[in-house]
Every structure is written in structure tokens, then in C-alpha cells.
Design a protein around this ligand. Structure first.
Ligand SMILES: [Zn+2]
Length: 340
């Protein structure tokens, strides 16, 4: 089968990979009608994360079940399913508490490489959620978004305790930040401030429910959020970048007693203890337990209440994955959909 492989920073190739087969009795094999490039794929692509290439790429997926292992009981061949970037049993104590991304049996999907024609998914019963039927083609991008960026933005909004009467600020205008705006809207937030300097992304943020746009960043961005909130800061701030600057911007834009939901994969972030101590903000984040939200997100997409697939602004054949990475790296595309 064809699949994307990283050899070194900036060097993505689509080549013949071995077609996956059942390894464990709890596995499923999916045929992938669509896959995509994640903002977090840019960390190794930019060499900020170590690359031990050649290594398969991709951790976001939807697909048709082709085959299941002998112990799989709820997932059947022919079903259309959505999963997340960590396989999870969905039965351990951590999963039952809603933190499937820290399941005691978790397995990272990224290591298996979802930017490909087929994918092996471990712990199929716990990991995969079937849609009511095989979806119409135009729903596929939105269901694919649920696999990571929507689920991650949603967790950011829940972790920041977005809800009725709340003012929510979102740091980061990538797909996760934009979909965090959508999540905050769905959760009933009163005011949603999107921090973005890029016009097409501002437009999408407004379409997803943002009420205000702040173009400043860093200390000036914090000052603007304070201006907009009576000098107090926002009750809820979602951090969707993962750098020192964005994390401090999020913490400083939050009022005492408020909540920061941080979902940008942290790189080189070092929090100053004394400032944190006196800030009196709640911090809650990490790799999103997307599995917790999948049934609800699938319902909202299936009923066409939300259309998170709008974050895909470039579609390419899988064979042109390298061009997709380049477009996202240069910020010419918000998110790239790949067709195997
Ligand atoms: Zn578990």
C-alpha cells in the first residue's frame, strides 16, 4: 500500500509500505478514504522534535472496517468508524474517568502511520466509534476532523470550563484553535475572543462563533484581553499552540479563579513557579481524550449541526503529501486533507 514516511526534517516521501495485518486478537484493519496532516506533524517536520526516520506518519483517521481480530465484539467489517490518536481499552479506571488518552493500555496510532491506504487499530472495541451508517461523502472531512483537531479543541474548551455566561479567549488560530472556538460556541459561551493575525483564519473564527478578534500577541495581546474584560482577564482561556510565548499569553490573559485549557503540544515550555503561584488560575490540559467526546461529536456532525470539516482548505492526493506538509509549514493552508 501507499503511505507517507518521514526520513528527516523536511523530507516526507510517499512510498510502498507493507499492508497492515491483524497482529493482536483485539485489532481492526481499516481502509482509509481520507486522512490528513496535523499541526503536530510539523514538529518533526521542522526538526523541533527528533526524527528517527524512516518512520510512518499520520495519526488522524476515519475508515471502513475491513477485518477484525477474533476477540473484537462490537466493531464489524463494513462499518464506518472514527478513532483517535491513542488506542484505548475504554474500560480501565483512567478511561472510565474520561482520560482515554492516558489509558493504562494506550498505544499511539502515530507509530502505525495513518497517512496511508490502510491502518491497523489496536484495542478496536475501545478505540473505535461507528457512525450510524456509511456517511455521505461530504460528511467525511468533518468526521475526520473529529478524530483529532475537533476533539482536541473540544477538550481545550471543556478543560477551560467554557459555558454559558463565560468569556473565552483562544490563543492559536490553527485548526485546533479554530475548532476550540466552535466548541466554545456549542458549549454556550457568551463571548469568544479569537487571537489571530491572519485574515482567512479570522473569517473562519467568526463563522465558528467568535465575537471578537484580537490581532496582538504576547504582552500586547494580554493587554487587549484585559481591555475587553474590564481589566480582569477572561474566565476561560484555551491554549492551542504549545510554545513558551503562547502558554504565558494564556496564563496571563486568565483572571484569578479562571481556567486555562492547554492542548498545544508543549515544546520548550518552562513555567515560572512564583508567577503561577500568584496567578490563582487553574491549569488543565494535555493530549486530548478525544474518545470521551466522539459519540457526541459524531451526533453533532451527523445531524449537520456543526461542520468542522471547513478547516480543510487544501485537498491533495496522498501521493502529494510532501506538498501538503509544505503548505501547512508555510501557513498557506490551515489543514490539508489527503486522499489515498
Ligand atoms: Zn483504559
Amino acid at each position: 500500500m501507499r503511505g507517507a514516511v518521514i526520513y528527516a526534517p523536511g523530507d516526507i516521501r510517499v512510498e510502498e509500505r507493507e499492508r497492515p495485518a491483524i497482529v493482536d486478537t483485539t485489532d481492526a484493519i481499516l481502509r482509509l478514504p481520507a486522512t490528513c496532516v496535523c499541526g503536530s506533524d510539523l514538529w518533526p517536520y521542522r526538526g523541533i522534535e527528533t526524527v528517527n526516520g524512516p518512520a510512518p506518519m499520520g495519526h488522524e483517521y476515519v475508515g471502513i472496517v475491513e477485518q477484525v481480530g477474533s476477540e473484537v465484539t462490537t466493531i464489524r467489517p463494513g462499518q464506518f468508524v472514527v478513532g483517535s490518536f491513542f488506542a484505548s481499552d475504554n474500560t480501565c479506571e483512567i478511561c472510565r474517568a474520561g482520560y482515554q488518552s492516558c489509558c493504562i493500555h494506550r498505544e499511539p496510532i502515530g507509530a502505525l502511520g495513518a497517512q496511508a491506504e490502510y491502518l491497523r487499530v489496536p484495542l478496536a472495541d475501545g478505540t473505535l466509534v461507528a457512525t450510524p451508517d456509511v456517511p455521505e461523502a461530504d460528511l467525511v472531512p468533518s468526521l475526520l476532523a473529529a478524530s483529532d483537531v475537533l476533539g482536541t479543541g473540544w477538550f481545550g474548551a471543556v478543560a477551560a470550563e467554557a459555558g454559558p455566561g463565560k468569556t473565552v479567549a483562544v490563543v492559536g488560530d490553527g485548526a485546533v484553535g479554530l475548532l476550540a472556538v466552535m466548541a466554545a460556541t456549542q458549549l454556550g459561551a457568551e463571548r469568544i475572543i479569537a487571537m489571530s493575525r491572519h485574515e482567512p483564519r479570522q473569517k473562519l473564527a467568526l463563522e465558528f462563533g467568535a465575537t471578537d478578534i484580537v490581532v496582538e500577541r504576547g504582552d500586547e495581546g494580554v493587554a487587549r484581553i484585559k481591555d475587553l474584560t474590564g481589566g480582569l482577564g477572561a474566565q476561560c482561556v484555551i491554549e492551542a499552540v504549545g510554545t513558551q510565548e503562547s502558554m504565558m499569553q494564556a496564563i496571563r490573559a486568565t483572571r484569578p479563579g479562571g481556567h486555562v485549557g492547554f492542548v498545544g503540544v508543549s515544546h520548550g515550555v518552562d513555567l515560572p513557579g512564583q508567577e503561577l503561584f500568584f496567578s490563582e488560575v487553574h491549569l488543565h490540559g494535555g493530549p486530548a481524550p478525544v474518545r470521551r467526546f466522539l459519540p457526541e461529536l459524531i451526533d453533532l456532525i451527523w445531524s449537520r449541526t456543526i461542520d468542522p470539516g471547513k478547516v480543510f482548505d487544501l485537498e491533495l492526493p496522498l501521493d502529494e503529501a510532501a506538498a501538503g506538509y509544505r503548505a501547512m509549514d508555510e501557513r498557506r493552508a490551515i489543514k490539508v486533507l489527503l486522499r489515498p
